[in-house]
Structures are given as C-alpha cells and as structure tokens.
Write a protein that binds this ligand. Structure first.
Ligand SMILES: [Zn+2]
Length: 75
C-alpha cells in the first residue's frame, strides 16, 4: 500500500495530512489509515491520522477525502 493518499484532489503524506487538519506544522505523524466511518457531510471516505502537534500532545484526526470536513479527538 502506498503511503500517499489523495485528499480533495491532492496527494498528501501523513505529515501533510496532519498539517492540513492542524493548520500548522506538526512534530511527527503516524501512518495514514482508512477510517471505518463515512464523512457526515458528504458520505465520502475518511482517513485517520495520529500526530503530535507538540512533545506533550497526541491527537487523532479524521479528514474527509472529498470535502472540507475534519475532526479531531480534541473536539
Ligand atoms: Zn466529506
């Protein structure tokens, strides 16, 4: 399986996907996984990525591959 996925027509890596959700650079990101859920807004496929925005925090984020919808476990 390739590491890169397509989100809204653009190739993303785990790190760039995490940065897309976070809105700024992150320290570290785990591999992207296909989430076992659908986007609540458009029904599209959702990706899951875990990342560390800072040394003391770990966030799990979900991002739709088709639209702007995103969510984190901080929400
Ligand atoms: Zn969507």
């Amino acid at each position: 399986m390739p590491e890169n996925r397509v989100v809204q027509g653009r190739m993303v890596t785990a790190e760039s996907l995490a940065e897309l959700v976070e809105g700024e650079s992150v320290m570290e990101a785990e591999a992207i996984e296909q989430a076992d859920r659908e986007c609540p807004e458009c029904g599209g496929d959702v990706l899951e990525v875990g990342y560390m925005p800072s040394v003391t925090e770990f966030v799990t984020a979900w991002k739709c591959q088709e639209c702007d919808w995103k969510e984190t476990d901080r929400d």
